[in-house]
Ligand binder design. Sequence first.
Ligand code: IMP
Ligand code: MG
Length: 182
Amino acid sequence: MNKDVKSILIDENEIQKIVKDISAKITNDYKDRNSKLLLLCILKGSVVFMGDLMKNINLPVEIDFMKVSSYGSDAKTSGNVNIILDIHRTDLADVDILIVEDIIDSGKTLSYLSEYLLLKGAKSVKTVTLLDKPSRREVDFVPDYTGKIIPDEFVVGYGLDYAEKYRALPYVGILKEEVYSK
Ligand code: IMP
Ligand code: MG
């Protein structure tokens, strides 16, 4: 285990089970549609989850990426959402977008992006998140698919970072407080 990790919250086996369960639900929910399914990865934290999801959803999918402002180098949430990298396609009328997120905290990122993509003309917009910390919500937001609800702890690994570190850990771990309080 990484020396900065206090404990493992979700190990590799549990993550793979979560991915398989969610992928099966998504496959079932979208299988009878004629429109395109676009998996929209929110960089950078969702990139590992996205890679696993797209392999397990048993339907043709297209992929795209957006990047929005999130945490700086500290563990506090930022107030507003800035788009740093946008999707540039305009042909969204027959596209069902599924936003792929690593973790929901205040809910601001996904509530903003869902509305933004509907205004851009998407046929539908749904959201899938690996992790959810509902106790931290500042705006009402309920994702369509949730991997696991977790307590209010700062977690890293499987794509999630603290100050750009720990993304490559194969598990989700709770970061030691001394790492972000010093
Ligand atoms: P929200 O707009 O507050 O819901 O922000 C969600 C974003 O905050 C996520 O995509 C992460 O980038 C970041 N975030 C929230 N909690 C954590 C955490 O425990 N570890 C790492 N990143 C987090
Ligand atoms: Mg993120």
